[in-house]
Design a protein around this ligand. Sequence first.
Ligand SMILES: CC(=O)N[C@H]1[C@@H](OP(=O)(O)O)O[C@H](CO)[C@@H](O)[C@@H]1O
Length: 554
Amino acid sequence: MLDDNVVFEIQKWKPSQQFSYGTAGFRAHANLLPPVVFRCGILAAARALSIPCVCVGLMITASHNPSEDNGVKIIEPDGSMLSEKWETIASKLVNLDNPRQILEELCVEEDVALKNKSVRPTVYVGYDSRESSEPLSRLAQQAVKLMGLKYKCFGKVTTPQLHYFVKVANEGVQANKENYFQRIAMGWDTLSQYAFTNTLENENIFRIVDCANGVGSEAMQGLIEYTKIKNVLCVNTGDGELNKHCGADFIQKNVIFPIISDSSKIESIPSNALVHFCSLDGDADRLIYFIAEKSESDSWCSLTGQRVRVLEGDRLSVLAALVIKKFLDVLHGGNLSVGVIQTAYANGASTAFLKDLGEPIQVECVSTGVKHLERAARRYDIGIFWEANGHGTILFSESAKSFLREIIESTAKHTKKAALCLLALSSIANQATGDAISNFILAEALLKVMGWQDLTSWESLYQDLPNIYKALHVQNKEIIQTVDQERTVIAPESVSRVIKDLSESQPSYRFLIRPSGTENVVRIYGEGPSLQTLIHLMQQIENVVLQACGTPKA
Ligand SMILES: CC(=O)N[C@H]1[C@@H](OP(=O)(O)O)O[C@H](CO)[C@@H](O)[C@@H]1O
């Protein structure tokens, strides 16, 4: 039976508008969120009670959104994102005037014993660096308590750290930052012992990490301390505004050099240094590398706003696939299946490159949204997934890890080394979700395994096809309907006809038109051999989309 007091309390927290739980959880201006977060606290507790588990997670963040926004996401006991079934429940629970009915249904259907369950799971809570985050997290904690459960607050953490904590706690391992960093450092040490082509740290490489003025800057300090990686300079560590003209999403979408609020930290880098530039996003789940060139007399900050060459998430997939194939070739494959999962935003040149790698690499395209990539990746022994925006990881199945351990225990020296190195990759790569902090070490390690000191070796593996991406603000994005992993528009007729005609008359170009799942925009993307032609074709697409969906009222 539901406690009347619980229902009464929940009813008091009613959002002023409708919300929908998507890949990014609930996200909006922070002022709108207190009721949403309170009800999410109830939801997290209900989820924890509905399955045998040690804990579930609740993270307060709006990732790469502006600092005045915020959001809330629930993490499943295995460290993955909330299941689709519970996404629907989340939307209902948050929006209903009277949530009694849905809570009663949960009690029955999901066997939520609410206050009567004997084993009490815990809700792990974390939050990012936004001003509104800590107060919002307190509301969530209050709601968890109301449901009769305990919470454990980790304070400021990155989203992937909280995913990791939830996963390992449910596996019986102590969840804390020390353990998180130790695992990464262990993998880095193994690779440096067995796989780095140049074991001496090249003093001439400088790694500059733009932390987007977010929670990732603290995590980067931990990473540097535990791995002892040299020459890492963190900028945008909190002096400037969160995600404003900096960070992974800004770089990937605008392809320009960020504002660096504390550029004095990097001005003394020797002019002949090889620089690896990369950006985290606000909650450190995305990582984007980029190449910026300057003359000797220029200062780094003079590059702000200048075009850079971005190495999108696809490049991380390619680098990972190359190295994994190299190690697996030593083991003669071992019948392990290796999948690389992309979305339709992956540059066609990366897809072609990956397909050319051949056995055992298989390439798959799924719908946008990291949950789709993650689920597909889990179907392989080794699943490599990255979105173009820099969110991704490498997942190793339990059977792949057991296979590697057997080799380590029983075989000759060179195969043993290859197996140790693959296991090291599984120790670095976050096995719960895409993680910019561990991916930074992963990328640096993979580059060292390939023997590449300069990012241009990585860049020159293939040339990206010219492409154009735009987010169109419209009145009604929902009238755009797609099939085939969003690659074909089926409605409205006018848009689908224009795309069909263009694709027929220009077969070497492809277009992706879809309503965003997280913002009120229609995203249009096109790629093909000539930028000039593409500009012209994309203009036609933009016109027909705006006509069909309506331009927003001023
Ligand atoms: C083009 C793009 O970057 N889309 C992003 C964005 O989704 P949209 O549905 O496109 O708004 O946010 C998702 C959640 O963070 C992320 O998974 C996805 O890749």
